[in-house]
Design a protein around this ligand. Structure first.
Ligand code: DX5
Ligand code: ZN
Length: 228
């Protein structure tokens, strides 16, 4: 399987979340926004870690031939370790696991051993201290700006303090770690997140629920750039 490069760590990245796309026409939805897509964010929900069910490896595999972008898989799962290999084989480039599920060091090691880019996610009420010990071992820190489970929720501005804290720590220690935010990101909130120190912006509704997704993705990038 060819590896798709994530690009330079720390650079601004727009990561449309397919959760808000029409699952019956995923390939064309993804194709339509391709030129404004840096990473494609794939939200995986197991109905246990979060109260919703979405998609799994078969959808990643089906979508893979239709996109040359980095597949950023966000595993909202209680037992992500059971599925890392399946995601890798399906065509995932990176997998992000939640710190709340525990067994973090093992999950990071297993994901790394599979050749995945490794992400660690924290819910809005999980303190920075919970992820801080792993910063030297991961490629991506995902700080949720909504409680995971559903698209279309409101951005939680309070999380920006944690984003700033993470950015300070990453820069201070010269770590090669991307800081991603996910939930309620739109042209109003993207600049706030970038200002606080995020460089990967996930957006579902603000892109796919708009009448013109490509223009919406472009507008999001412009709004984010204004804070650089
Ligand atoms: C939330 C997911 C998000 C979500 C973002 O559980 O992890 O990726 O799809 O959706 P919006 O952008 O609509 O908040
Ligand atoms: Zn997500």
């Amino acid at each position: 399987m060819t590896l798709i490069d994530a690009g330079p760590t720390g650079a601004l990245r727009i990561a449309p979340s397919i959760l808000a796309a029409d699952f019956g026409a995923l390939a064309s939805a993804v194709h339509e926004i391709d030129v404004e897509t840096d990473w494609l964010h794939v939200d995986v929900m197991d109905g246990h870690f979060v109260p919703n069910v979405s998609i799994g490896p078969p959808v990643v595999q089906s979508l893979r031939p239709y996109s040359g972008r980095f597949f950023d898989c966000h595993l909202m799962m209680s037992q992500p370790g059971r599925y890392l290999q399946a995601f890798k084989e399906a065509g995932a480039d990176g997998c992000t696991v939640h710190v709340e599920v525990g067994d973090t060091a093992t999950l990071i090691r297993d994901a790394r051993a599979l050749g995945l880019r490794v992400g660690l996610a924290a819910n809005p009420d999980t303190p920075f201290e919970a992820v801080a010990p792993y910063l030297g071992e991961i490629d991506l820190l995902l700080l949720m700006t909504v409680f995971p489970g559903f698209g279309g929720q409101s951005f939680m501005g309070d999380v920006m303090n944690k984003v700033s804290e993470a950015r300070r720590e990453v820069d201070h220690n010269r770590l090669l770690v991307d800081i991603e935010v996910d939930g309620g990101i739109d042209t109003r909130t993207a600049p706030l997140a970038v200002h606080a120190g995020a460089n990967v912006l996930v957006a579902g509704s603000a892109i796919f629920s708009r009448p013109a997704p490509l223009e919406a993705a472009r507008a999001l990038r412009e709004a984010a750039r204004s804070e650089l």
